[in-house]
Design a protein around this ligand. Sequence first.
Ligand code: IMP
Length: 176
Amino acid sequence: MIAPRVLIPRDEIKKTVLRLAREIRRDLSGTNPLFICILKGSVVFAADLVRAVNMPLELDFLCLSSYGCGTETSGRVKMRLGIRQSLVGRHVVVLEDIVDTGLTVNYLMAYLKRKRPAGLRLCALLDKPSRRRVPVDIDYLGLTVPDRFIVGYGIDWNQNYRYLPDICYIEDEGNG
Ligand code: IMP
């Protein structure tokens, strides 16, 4: 691996988060929505987004994992921490860092739908559509990224690089 290179600088991340916040506020103000942050990669994004939305809302966390220690998804999604509160009648917004193959979000949205929320929307900071294996509807999309391994702004490679303030990419030496 080589040192991460900047793909999306912090100013652009900030503008994107503000735009997403405006869209969510326009659609959901007055509904006391429940934002569900997917651990761990979405924590930094969620922390910025809830403050940018700046209206009454609740925040909960859910932990899934499909990656081992590499850069390829294992294809099997595991629930490590589920939602314990009732979602009946709630407007739910799922906050996801990256939609890649779509397997994680697909599994997650089906799990949450069974809890009968009044509304269920997906807000993804990044989308890597070139790698999609199952279709995914993203209600609020930040930015589309190329097929690179992304790190920074909360997103990790093998638990590293989450602290980087910009969205970066890493690649194997020899792949350029
Ligand atoms: P999917 O199930 O393939 O769509 O993957 C979704 C999850 O895999 C995301 O929530 C991330 O946690 C992780 N992921 C996907 N692409 C990347 C990447 O480029 N860097 C780091 N994590 C990624």
